[in-house]
Design a protein around this ligand. Structure first.
Ligand SMILES: [Zn+2]
Ligand SMILES: [Zn+2]
Length: 212
């Protein structure tokens, strides 16, 4: 094993955000591997602002509407309490298309009522591999034990490989903002190591295509 596999090295201390400047996604038009990248604004001093997320497919060259969200959204009732008895409503639903009303059954009085909705965007997690800019499916994703292993790009994948193959996992040496702290638990578990390394091999193949 190379010494740079050691997760204590500063170079390995990266946040998820540090891999997000280039994200491989599945093109919604032709299903080929496309790219979402961050374009910096004109003024970058003292820090970059006015950044813009750009989509580009080098296979079909069709654009997407960069003002739209293509991924699932979570909707919940705008009313926080049942319109009949006042019991708190906790129901929320993940949907692919926005709808302006939601039917919610109250846990208290068991009566159903239609409510206006509030919505929030979804971000990638162990069950969902979507890009955080437009909600497009990530290219580098593969199911493991009912969860989804994913990476934004090949550098991210390499980093995950280093982490998983490293023997050193003492959390006390890991910086507060290290990616290892935001890794899902199933990636951290030693018993999943072989499966994850195999998955990374698979994802790195040139002819890999995501199932989703
Ligand atoms: Zn395309
Ligand atoms: Zn009620």
């Amino acid at each position: 094993m190379e010494t740079n596999d050691n997760i204590r090295t500063n170079k390995a201390h990266k946040t998820l955000g540090s891999f997000s400047s280039e994200i491989f996604v599945k093109c919604p038009h032709c299903n080929a591997k496309a790219k979402v990248f961050i374009k910096l604004g004109k003024y970058t001093i003292p820090y970059p602002f006015d950044t813009k997320s750009i989509f580009r497919c080098d296979n079909c060259y069709k654009p997407i509407d960069e003002k739209l969200w293509y991924g699932p959204i979570i909707i919940a009732a705008v009313n926080k309490r049942c319109g009949y008895c006042g019991t708190a409503l906790s129901y929320e639903e993940k949907v692919d298309k926005y709808k302006d009303k939601i039917e919610v059954k109250c846990n208290g009085c068991k009566q159903e009522k239609r409510y206006d909705v509030s919505y929030s965007l979804t971000y990638p997690n162990s069950y969902q591999a979507t890009d955080p800019n437009f909600g497009l499916p990530l290219w580098l994703q593969y199911p493991i034990n009912g969860k989804i292993f994913w990476a934004y790009n090949y550098e991210h994948l390499d980093h995950l490989r280093k982490y998983v193959s490293a023997k050193l996992r003492e959390e006390q040496f890991v910086s507060k903002y290290s990616i290892t702290q935001i890794l899902p638990n199933f990636v951290k578990l030693a018993k999943n190591r072989e499966k994850i390394l195999k998955t990374i091999d698979r994802l790195q193949k040139v002819d890999f295509k995501p199932e989703q």
